[in-house]
Design a protein around this ligand. Structure first.
Ligand code: NAP
Ligand code: ZN
Length: 335
């Protein structure tokens, strides 16, 4: 089948219409007709070649919501017509210890939706059913698409590092990931403080569920205050300053990927046994759990919807930090 998509043909270039052949799904795969695809900053890192990727033509896109149109012979969980989602990962080795304990997101043979194949900025995609999640909602699917990568990426560390309702949580950067992190941490019962470089985001941060908003100088009241600070910013900031905001045994957790190496003074870690840590997307099961939590708590992305043909405009807004808060591409007119 011919798939119409948008691709970049070299590092830093604009996306242009691109056609390619897609096979029928393999035995364990489903074929998804894509309705919406979010634009994650990781797509922009790939387009800019920030991660030394060399996969041109590049069809980005890994926050996919759509409808199953074909299933492989051995597919057990899905049937045609079902609404499903697919995130950053579309396959793994399935045999390593991480895969066997259900942490497929930590598999060293991760197959990424838009690195090891053409991604979601197109009409159709095939994926291993193990990495596809059912979606029970029928409406507002554009608000759900960003949960598939951005959502689980911020939900996973809150779960994995055992963030509890009584804790003080900081979120650095109120972008696509950050604005979902605020909602999750707030609905989990935490006190949430946003650290932002954009003073105009204060009102929305508070309406998303933040208790406090800091843009600019950080008051000394916040020293020794936080249990967990989640970094979703793309910039390399003063991490020693953020370590000073943590209580003893607090964690500074990176999900955002600044392009340069980060640096900290080890003596900001040692005396109070503070921790630097990170999160990498989430397993398929965690995506399902996160979707269920989001459905019950009415969590979704605040989105700006663009037609696929306007993808370059959406990417420019992302680059300039002008989105509020996630761009989502609408792939077809009949949804
Ligand atoms: P985004 O929508 O562009 O948000 C990033 C936010 O970072 C911006 O909205 C901005 O928030 C803040 N920021 C940007 N420039 C800044 C500066 N100079 N100083 C301080 N803050 C600045 O990006 P995203 O889609 O949320 O993705 C964020 C990062 O997470 C990316 O690096 C992406 O690759 C990474 N990511 C990682 C994983 C994973 O598995 N670990 C998964 C998905 C994405 P303010 O305006 O509030 O300052
Ligand atoms: Zn992503």
């Amino acid at each position: 089948m011919k798939v119409h998509a948008y691709a970049a043909f070299e590092k830093g270039s604009e996306l242009k219409p691109f056609e390619y052949d897609l096979s029928d799904p393999h035995a364990n795969e489903v074929q998804i007709k894509i309705h919406y695809c979010g634009i994650c900053h990781s797509d922009l890192h790939l387009l800019d070649g920030d991660w030394d990727n060399d996969n041109w033509p590049l069809v980005p896109g890994h926050e996919i919501v759509g409808e199953i149109v074909q299933v492989g012979d051995q597919v057990k969980r899905f049937t045609n017509g079902q609404i499903v989602g697919l995130g950053w990962q579309k396959d793994s080795c399935t045999m390593c210890n991480s895969c066997r304990v259900g942490k497929e997101n930590l598999c060293s043979e991760m197959i990424s939706t838009c690195v090891n194949g053409f991604g979601g900025f197109g009409e159709y995609i095939n994926a291993n059913e193990r990495f596809v999640v059912p979606i029970s909602q029928k409406e507002n699917l554009e608000k759900i698409a960003p949960l598939l990568c951005g959502g689980v990426t911020v939900y996973n560390p809150l779960e994995y590092y055992n963030v509890r309702p009584y804790m003080h949580v900081g979120v650095v950067g109120l972008g696509g990931l950050g604005h979902m992190a605020v909602q999750f941490a707030d609905r989990m019962g935490c006190e949430v403080t946003v650290f932002s470089s954009s003073p105009d985001k204060e009102k929305e941060a508070l309406s998303l569920g933040a208790d406090k908003f800091v843009a600019g100088n950080i008051s000394e009241d916040y020293y020794d205050y936080f249990d967990f600070i989640l970094v979703s910013a793309t910039a390399n900031l003063d991490w020693d300053m953020y370590l000073n905001l943590l209580q003893a045994e607090g964690k500074l957790c990176f999900v955002g990927a600044p392009s340069e190496n980060i640096s900290v003074d080890v003596f900001n870690l040692i005396p109070k046994q503070k921790m630097l840590c990170a999160g990498s997307i989430g397993s398929p099961l965690m995506i399902e759990q996160m979707m269920e939590f989001s459905r019950r708590q009415n969590i979704g992305a605040q989105v700006e919807v663009f037609d696929l043909k306007d993808v370059n405009e959406a990417i420019e807004k992302l680059r300039k930090n002008e989105l509020r808060y996630r761009a989502v591409l609408k792939m077809r007119n009949d949804v």
